[in-house]
Design a protein around this ligand. Sequence first.
Ligand code: FMN
Length: 325
Amino acid sequence: MNSISIGGVTIEKTAALAPMASVADRAYRALCKENGAAYMVSEMISAKGLCYSDRKTEELCTVLESERPYALQLFGEDPHFIAEAAKRLMEYRPDIIDINMGCPVPKVAGNGAGSALMKNPELAAEIVRAASEAVPVPVTAKIRKGWDENHVNAVELAKALEQAGAAAIAVHGRTKNQMYHGKADWDIIRQVKETVKIPVIGNGDVTSPETAAALYRETGCDLVMIGRGSYGKPWIFGQVKHYLETGEMLPEPSLEKRLEMMCRQVELAVQYKGERIGMSEARRQCAYYLKGMQGAAALRNKCGKLSSLADLRELCSEVVKNCNE
Ligand SMILES: Cc1cc2nc3c(=O)[nH]c(=O)nc-3n(C[C@H](O)[C@H](O)[C@H](O)COP(=O)(O)O)c2cc1C
């Protein structure tokens, strides 16, 4: 097996699932793992929320044994809270603690956390140092290209974080100002890889086995991380793995198989979060799975009204009926 080591944690060198708040929850991750995701990172968890024992935060920290190797991701701007939160996370037995240094949303960046740490490399390094000293597991960071095109500093920041004890760096090749728009700059990932000795995880715009292989080839990164390219298609991880190992493309799964995975994900979400929350989140998740299918507009409309597992079964029957027409 072709693998990498992040501070002693062995990870298969295929494709990892990117952390995605309110999308890549436990149910989503279960499907990605079953389909071969090499490594996964939790939704971001507020360091302060954890220290004040916020109940919603608890749900975010719970990870299954079957998800290993996995990281729990913290966000915050205060090294003391980060260190304390990292210690508390040990109760959930993560393999790795990751620090979010890329989130652009005002609620996070406006408070000096997430991508705002890119504007303050000394504080970012202090945060990594504090977390590394607080816990026995490797600490990593996920950064962006920079704050904006006039402040591109991923290389300098990665160097500072490595010196502060980071065991790996994930680089999303967009600036904070780009949010999730425009093309990701893979060259910045290559530059970071050429600068630091620790593993570099490349991220941005991987949507297929070919783009995953291209990101490895063009940047020399140690691991590829897929975010939105996995929406409604957890099987992408199996396709990437197969392609990297054999050079062959696996076909898309059959309609039955796709619907089966969709239902399993929703059932798990309902099991973990209850029917009301699970079904309301299923509206968006099912729309991803059904994108591009026969009668997509009407199906999307139906997805928007899902409120029970019975509705979900009815939706599946309609999809099958449409495809047989
Ligand atoms: C809905 C959504 C939620 C995200 N939440 C997080 C998060 O909690 N932590 C994080 O580090 N990045 C988060 N990201 C950024 C992704 O991990 C990833 O860097 C970004 O989507 C680019 O990769 P992609 O082009 O493969 O989607 C999020 C992205 C999206 C679209």
